[in-house]
Design a protein around this ligand. Structure first.
Ligand code: C2O
Ligand code: CU
Length: 460
């Protein structure tokens, strides 16, 4: 099933990348979910029939100033109901876009207007939130960028939306059913073709000494990107949209789990004849280019490290002394299994769960429960331990509120909305329940969410 990216490349030597950055939109816009045919695979391979926003992969970039109002009317021209979630926005619950929890599904040929304020500057994204495994997998996602009133001093600001697609090289079509039991029970649906901004060979140009802001968004269904910079060095300045207190020098590797974002400020150190770009590690295959950067000319490098990005409001550290404690235990999947779990009110053994397409459970519950995993009152502080008893990593995402990791020494990590949990490596997170509503808490390996790893928290 796994064809390497090189297989796709075979015979395509010297193919130059075409880089098309989607144009920014005005604040009020109609976003049409519709079928389109897009060239995802390299030239010479067939095009792919996708589900898109406005006919492009990724969807159009939505870019507004911090504090602005976003008004987007979703026009559903697909044959199936859909909805849009604004990932990472600390949003009014009614606008969160979770079909079946915060709004009814938007039926084919119907419209639905999202209208909300964006309190935080940073790098976010939007995607379908109904049968996400398939709808996001077929292309329904796009970048959502909220600009600071005073942007950092950089020469250029680049959005890099990472994705992968599992395509049949013969036909260009998505291969294998989206609800493939093998994918659901293992690491999720990972692709055989990796692209940036919808382009198999995304390329950039720059000059030696330039300072760039790179906004990386992992929009893939399940792939964890392991990245390295070549010919650039710099700092991480934000995670999941939220600025770090101090820019953090970039280490050897950048790990980006599904749905996570990282904002980097980098200086180009490569000179004209040196290789540069963003590299990715593909299993044991070593490193290969994800984004190739051609360097020509030069400018004076800035002498100083960048200033931190301006802090967002409402980011004070929670007081853990009064926190309520919850335990989230992840179980199931291949190679670990589980005895039983509750599904739709019934306790079922693993075999019976599998018959219903449920491979995973969170604290003994497969899929959504009648009552929330945690019931909180506005202002409560919650601590949640994450215990991974499965054989796979999971990218756990909380809607509506960012959380912080509680480290072993009791200190608190940076604000995030998605955290990567590895098998047998306990984690703990804490957050202030300051946003009322019903908030989903799920694995962003979308095949896992579809087969059990999906729960919710209520804040009253
Ligand atoms: Cu990107 Cu339920 O989330
Ligand atoms: Cu998972």
């Amino acid at each position: 099933m796994n064809i390497s990216r090189r297989t796709f490349c075979a015979g395509m030597g010297g193919l130059a990348g075409l880089s098309l950055v989607p144009p920014a939109l005005a604040q009020t816009h109609r976003l049409t979910a519709r079928k389109a045919t897009v060239q995802l695979a390299p030239e010479g391979y067939p095009a792919t029939d996708v589900w898109s926003y406005d006919g492009t992969i990724p969807g159009p970039m939505i870019r507004v100033p911090q504090g602005a109002r976003v008004q987007q009317t979703l026009v559903n021209e697909l044959d199936v109901p859909t909805s849009i979630h604004w990932h990472g926005i600390r949003i009014d619950n009614a606008m969160d876009g979770v079909a079946g929890l915060t709004q009814p599904p938007v039926a084919p040929s119907e419209e639905y207007t999202y209208d909300f304020a964006v309190p935080d500057a940073g790098t976010y994204w939007y995607h379908a939130h109904m049968n996400s495994m398939e709808q996001v997998g077929r292309g329904l996602s796009g970048p959502l960028i909220i600009d600071e009133a005073t942007p950092p001093d950089v020469d250029r600001d680049e959005v890099l939306m990472l994705n992968d697609w599992l395509l049949d090289p013969e036909t260009g079509a998505f291969s294998e059913p989206f609800s493939h039991p093998m994918m659901m029970s293992h690491g999720g649906r990972t692709g055989n073709l990796i692209g940036v901004n919808g382009d198999f060979a995304y390329a950039m140009t720059s000059r030696t000494g330039e300072r760039l802001r790179l906004r990386l968004i992992n929009a893939a269904n399940a792939r964890i990107f392991v990245l390295r910079l070549q010919g650039m060095e710099g700092w991480t300045v934000a995670l999941d949209g939220m600025p770090l207190d101090t820019p953090d020098p970039i280490g050897e590797e950048i790990i980006l789990a599904p749905a996570q974002r990282v904002d980097l400020i980098v200086d180009v150190t490569a000179t004209a004849d040196q290789p540069a770009g963003v590299l990715m590690s593909l299993n044991s295959d070593g490193w290969e280019a994800l984004v190739e950067m051609t360097v020509s000319g030069s400018t004076d490098r800035r002498p100083d490290a960048p200033e931190p990005l301006p802090a967002n409001t409402n980011t004070a550290l929670p007081d853990l002394s009064q926190a309520q404690q919850f335990d989230l235990v992840m179980e199931g999947g291949a190679m670990a299994g589980m005895e039983s779990a509750v599904y739709q009110g019934e306790t079922l053994d693993f075999r019976a769960l599998i018959d219903r397409g449920q491979f995973w459970a969170l604290s003994g519950q497969a899929g959504m429960s009648e009552t929330p995993f945690a019931s909180l009152t506005q202002g409560d502080v919650a601590r949640v331990t994450l215990t991974n008893r499965t054989a796979f990593p999971h990218a756990m995402h909380l809607h509506g509120m960012h959380f912080r990791e509680v480290r072993d020494d009791g200190s608190l990590g940076p604000l995030r909305d998605t955290i990567l949990s590895f098998p047998e490596q306990p984690l703990e997170i804490a957050f202030v329940a300051d946003n009322p509503g019903k908030w989903l808490f799920h694995c962003h390996m979308l095949a896992h969410a579809a087969s059990g790893m999906n729960t919710w928290i209520e804040v009253i």
